[in-house]
Design a protein around this ligand. Structure first.
Ligand SMILES: [Zn+2]
Length: 88
């Protein structure tokens, strides 16, 4: 096995060939969930996957369409906007 394939940063997938042989295919791992930049909770409505996979999705499925969508959760966005308006 090639040294770069020995790494645990690549995922091993067992595949059955048409001839009945079991072979190992290597896949890049999926990135983790998007998190809020302030409270670090998982963001909903944000696509998870490698950037090449996300690019194929419609824009509305990539992230939430509101200010700071895909960066802050809704509660933190509200708090952040209030903070900015108050000039703190
Ligand atoms: Zn948050």
């Amino acid at each position: 096995m090639k040294p770069n394939k020995r790494s645990r940063s690549v995922k091993r997938v067992a595949k059955r060939t048409p001839g009945g042989r079991l072979v190992i295919h290597f896949r890049k791992k999926r990135p983790g969930y998007a998190k809020c930049a302030i409270c670090k909770r998982e963001l909903h409505g944000v696509a998870r996957g490698r950037s090449s996979e996300i690019r194929k999705l419609p824009r509305s499925q990539r992230r939430v369409s509101r200010p700071y969508g895909g960066y802050l959760c809704s509660a933190c966005m509200r708090a952040e906007i209030k903070r900015l308006v108050r000039g703190e």
